[in-house]
Design a protein around this ligand. Structure first.
Ligand code: FES
Length: 72
């Protein structure tokens, strides 16, 4: 594997460990896996991961999850 590819993979792993839903401590990788497995709406993501079900009412994580669903 070339060094650039290795660096891209390393950054992707770091990114996947970032917490998106602070209320429930749900990491980006967990949410991305749910989307890759077919979650198409924020409600789908809620049911599969518990993200966006915390006391903030998804005010903090909702916009990030919406961007992930749009694949921005
Ligand atoms: S940060 Fe996700 S519900 Fe509050």
């Amino acid at each position: 594997m070339d060094p650039e590819e290795e660096e891209r993979r390393r950054l992707a792993i770091v990114e996947s460990y970032k917490v998106v839903c602070i209320c429930n401590k749900i990491r980006r990788g967990v949410i991305q896996r749910a989307i890759d497995d077919g979650a198409a709406t924020i409600d789908d993501v809620r049911r599969r991961t518990r993200a966006a079900t915390g006391p903030c009412g998804s005010k903090r994580c909702g916009p990030v999850i919406q961007r992930m669903l749009r694949r921005d």
